[in-house]
Design a protein around this ligand. Structure first.
Ligand code: FES
Length: 233
């Protein structure tokens, strides 16, 4: 019997329906996120499920699942803490942040604390060099962290709190994030409108405004509109 619920199967059908019938294998990436949302990682059963619904073989699915670091091959904690140790963050102290967390939590790269709360990993460039050193929790950003700030975040998480990221939506669990990565909306009221972009990100917009070449009516603080709001326009 499948370990996956009927809800997951229905979501899988919805994902596959987004692609042309003769291109259904393109649905593999979101489907891998979907199975990860139920089990917390891509298990052998998850690989088998994706292969079954897409008409692929397990070797084809496994080759994709092992290529991308966002697909986890063993159970993960509720919160995936990724510390950027790539060049820019590293010269600004990223490795120190990682080492401090690793020592404090007693886990190394891709390992999970005994309470099952936190998986730590060092990450390559997280595309936020202008805020380095950065770390993400379930892919939401904590900017300009130092060892003390990073410790504060993980301690709050272990105590059951949900510290607010510097930018973007409020935190959810890794399984909940995997559903969003599979292409389903964040259903929490107002979550999509949480947090605005930071000033370094807006630098280009500000310069365009100063030079009179900005896009008319563009408002960087306007949140992404929900489907309902779009329908009411
Ligand atoms: S080097 Fe850390 S975000 Fe780019």
């Amino acid at each position: 019997m499948s370990v996956f619920t009927e809800e997951t199967r229905a979501r899988a059908r919805e994902i596959i329906a987004r692609y042309p019938a003769d291109r259904s294998r393109s649905a593999l990436l979101p489907l891998l996120h979907l199975v990860q949302s139920e089990e917390g990682y891509v298990s052998p059963a998850g690989v088998e499920f994706c292969a079954e619904v897409l008409g692929l073989n397990k070797a084809q699915v496994g080759a994709v699942a092992t290529f991308y670091t966002m697909y986890k091959r063993k159970p993960t904690g509720d919160y995936l803490v990724s510390v950027c140790t790539n060049t820019m963050c590293n010269v600004l102290g990223g490795q120190e942040v990682y080492d401090t967390l690793s020592e404090h939590l007693g886990v190394g790269h891709d390992e999970t604390t005994e309470d099952g709360k936190i998986t730590l990993e060092h990450a390559e460039c997280l595309a936020a060099c202008d805020y380095g050193p950065v770390m993400t929790v379930n892919y939401d950003f904590f900017d300009n962290v130092d060892p003390q700030a990073a410790l504060g975040v993980v301690e709050e998480l272990r105590a059951g709190g949900r510290p607010m990221p510097t930018r973007g939506a409020r935190l959810c669990t890794l399984k909940e994030m995997a559903i969003q990565l599979a292409g389903f909306a964040d259903e929490r009221a107002g979550a999509v409108a949480d947090g605005g972009p930071g000033e370094p990100t807006l630098r280009g917009v500000r310069l365009a405004e100063q030079h009179g070449i900005s896009v008319p009516g563009f408002d960087p603080n306007t949140p992404i509109r929900s489907k309902e709001a779009e329908a009411q326009k």
